[in-house]
Design a protein. Structure first.
Length: 146
């Protein structure tokens, strides 16, 4: 997986801190147990929907769960906003076109269209790259902090 993303380590710590077993986490989040074990072993990263389930379950920030910040922020965490709407709003705020972002990310036109129209979500590695390209945190990108 990505060197920048430390989700397996942080997830293990959160499971221990909350005195959970992976099976219990799977039941409470409705994420299949096989997926939980894949996340813990760094075989796969969660898709966007399962990532959001983990954020809500542990009431933590995206940047913390990804290991992008050392400590959880002291900010109020808001519900995740629809990604495509949030991405379009930040592009407008940053006065950046979809095409400019696409070029910075070296992404295809179809991928950018799918992200900005709500037809698909970025992988977590792409989410981090988008936040970096927009010079914001992942939490800001998904609406957890405003």
């Amino acid at each position: 997986m990505s060197n920048a993303i430390k989700l397996p380590e942080i997830l293990k710590e959160l499971i221990e801190e909350h005195n959970l077993k992976p099976e219990q986490l799977a039941i409470e989040t409705t994420i299949p147990i096989a997926n939980i074990y894949q996340y813990l072993s760094d075989a796969h990263l969660p898709n966007f929907e399962n990532f959001v389930k983990l954020l809500y379950h542990f009431n933590c920030s995206a940047d913390y769960l990804l290991g992008l910040v050392e400590f959880p922020p002291n900010e109020i965490l808001h519900p995740v906003l629809p990604f495509h709407e949030r991405l379009r709003a930040i592009l407008k705020e940053k006065k950046m076109s979809q095409n400019q972002l696409r070029l910075r990310l070296e992404a295809s036109t179809s991928v950018m269209y799918k992200w900005t129209s709500g037809k698909s979500f970025p992988l977590l590695e792409s989410l981090v790259r988008i936040a970096n390209a927009l010079d914001c945190s992942v939490d800001y990108l998904i609406g957890r902090v405003r």
